[in-house]
Design a protein around this ligand. Structure first.
Ligand SMILES: Cc1cc2nc3c(=O)[nH]c(=O)nc-3n(C[C@H](O)[C@H](O)[C@H](O)COP(=O)(O)OP(=O)(O)OC[C@H]3O[C@@H](n4cnc5c(N)ncnc54)[C@H](O)[C@@H]3O)c2cc1C
Length: 537
């Protein structure tokens, strides 16, 4: 079968592309997804996040390689294995990042990707309740809901505490003022997840020129005899091998773990890695799988002397009340993310930009180590405060484990491997204690459950982080965009260096991780990527 465009991976980015490339009716588009459809109600209801966290049907449930700096722990790396990808199972916090994140992308040899260049795409993709303005869009497919005014009352205590310490307030992290404490926006519409699958793909499904194949595991990209042009793709579907031909382009959208894996299986990677697995070299491209980045976070747990969301969620009556409220009004805790308040702070006066992101959750839960267990609130009135450094400098890599496409890739984020990243852990830990010392927050706190008062020195705080931190699921950068073939994989038009007919459009192209949550930036990359592809059509 032949199509104009073949898209590998119906994730956050892939669904945007499928819509944009098929919209004119001029081109035939094939979208290939290893997972199934997002028909379950749990994809719609925001609280469904907890149901998908350890669900092997819809989640690849990857783990990192043992991390040296984290006591050799293997860090959980969930990834969506379903239409909508990780965007169907994520926590929906909607933050674009700081202007300098994208200006750094541009400075890496990528003209056209500075903040002023990408802002129009951020505006295009969103439907913001305030309508069109300098910073927002009022008619895009992805609906944005500010949670301000709807959050649990304990979030106001957090904001007041930050005020007492003189921290700035941000009314909109996606507006002109990024720095400060505030309430997050989420990508929901009427209390339901607004993923790129729901907002872009579902409305496009009736187009005769768009075909979607589920349970289609992409094995590799196929090339012509000259080995310079991608001509198609091979997949395995229900145990059967199939191939598809692309008249114009193959576009990889399998995400930061699986896009480099597909390239490596296809012979586009460092020649030494290919030799190790006896894969013929199509193109020696040493940066494939390198430059992997992520955000690493840790939670501090508190017992409160006032009710928190734990009280409602841990009683059947409380759950019933929340359920009824959600059904009748599409509002309340079930309509929101558990990450409600937080913000962006400077760890010390020397920082030129906010370098720490905080989350204040009106409930507390431990992530169970046993992945058969479910996420449950702690059995007391509790809340948690969590931080992650915004722009860590540790770099890791993705590498195939074998020639078999069904074997998961080896993920080595090489967490906490630079002094800057270690320093920021200490800054973040101190910031948590400082904020919790604000009179308002002290007034509602019975005690710090974890790490607890015995953890006091920098060394102890760092050790607590090493023993307890986890990914906040923002893997990116493993096929970075840049001008240089040695250190990057795609050019500023997202074309794989030195090959025709092959692009990458997903989180793997980030030259550097953004300062906030990554989903918004992935959607922007997909909108801009679609424009670039159509310009070159
Ligand atoms: C649990 C969780 C919580 C998160 N919370 C937030 C949040 O609150 N806010 C935020 O901004 N970001 C969040 N993120 C991150 C965000 O969702 C991702 O950055 C974003 O979805 C990445 O988009 P992508 O298109 O690069 O990859 P994905 O969305 O992961 O899509 C990749 C797709 O490719 C498919 N695929 C992979 N391999 C193959 C193959 N070989 N053949 C065919 N298909 C394949 C996958 O099944 C998937 O559908 C979270 C992520 C997770 C996992």
């Amino acid at each position: 079968m032949t199509y104009d465009y073949i898209i590998a991976g119906a994730g956050a980015a892939g669904c945007v592309l499928a819509n944009r490339l098929s919209a004119s009716g001029q081109y035939t588009v094939l979208l290939l997804e290893a997972g199934g459809k997002d028909s379950s109600l749990w994809f719609k209801i925001p609280v469904g996040f907890a149901k998908m966290y350890y669900n092997p049907t819809f989640n690849w449930m990857y783990y990192s390689q043992p991390q040296k700096q984290l006591g050799n722990r293997e860090i959980y790396a969930p990834r969506g294995k379903v239409q909508g990808g990780s965007g169907s199972i994520n926590a929906m916090i909607y933050v674009r990042g700081q202007a300098h994140d994208f200006n750094d992308w541009a400075a890496n040899g990528n003209d056209g990707w500075g903040f002023k260049d990408v802002l129009p795409y951020f505006r295009k993709l969103e439907n913001h309740p305030l309508g069109d303005s300098e910073y927002h869009g009022g008619s895009g497919p992805i609906s944005i809901t500010p949670m301000a005014g709807q959050t649990h009352p304990i979030c106001d205590v957090f904001l007041k505490g930050c005020d007492e310490l003189g921290y700035p307030r941000s009314d909109d992290f996606n507006g002109p003022k990024f720095e400060g404490a505030g309430i997050y926006d989420v990508n929901t519409r009427n209390g339901q997840r607004s993923s790129s699958s729901f907002a872009h793909l579902h409305p496009a499904l009736s187009r005769p020129n768009l075909t979607v194949e589920h349970y289609a595991l992409v094995d590799r990209v196929l090339f012509d005899e000259s080995q310079q042009r991608a001509t198609g793709i091979s997949i395995t579907q229900h145990g059967v091998a199939r191939t598809f031909t692309a008249r114009k382009e193959v576009i990889l959208c399998a995400g930061a773990v699986d896009t480099p894996k597909i390239l490596q299986l296809s012979g586009v990677a460092d020649r030494a890695l290919l030799a190790k697995h006896q894969i013929p070299v199509v193109k020696h491209l040493p940066a494939v799988g390198q430059n992997l980045q992520d955000h690493l976070c840790v939670s501090y747990y508190y017992k409160a002397n006032i009710p928190t969301l734990n009280d409602e969620l841990s009683s059947l009556f409380g759950q019933f009340k929340l359920g009824v409220k959600y059904l009748l009004t599409r509002k309340g805790a079930l309509a929101m993310s558990v990450n409600q308040a937080g913000g962006f702070f400077r760890g010390n006066a020397e920082q030129s930009h906010p370098n720490l992101q905080l989350y204040f959750n009106p409930l507390s839960y431990q992530i169970p180590k046993n992945n058969k267990a479910s996420l449950k609130p702690e059995p007391y009135s509790g809340f948690l405060l969590c931080f992650n450094p915004c722009r860590p400098t540790s770099r890791g890599h993705i590498e195939i484990a074998s020639k078999n496409p069904r074997d998961a890739a080896l993920i080595d984020p090489n967490y906490l491997s630079t002094q800057k990243d270690i320093d920021e852990v200490i800054q973040g830990s101190r910031l948590m204690r400082k904020i919790m010392g604000a009179p308002s927050l002290k007034g509602i706190t019975v005690d710090e459950v974890l790490p607890g008062p015995a953890v006091e020195t920098d060394e102890q705080m760092l050790q607590y982080f090493r023993d307890n931190c986890g990914s906040i699921y923002h893997l990116c950068g493993s096929c970075a965009m840049g001008a240089d073939e040695q250190s990057s994989v795609v050019d500023k038009r997202l074309k794989v260096h030195g090959l025709d007919g092959l692009r990458i459009v997903d989180a793997s192209i980030f030259p550097n991780v953004t300062s906030g949550n990554t989903h918004a930036a992935v959607l922007m990359v997909a909108e801009k990527g679609a424009d670039l592809i159509l310009q070159d059509a």
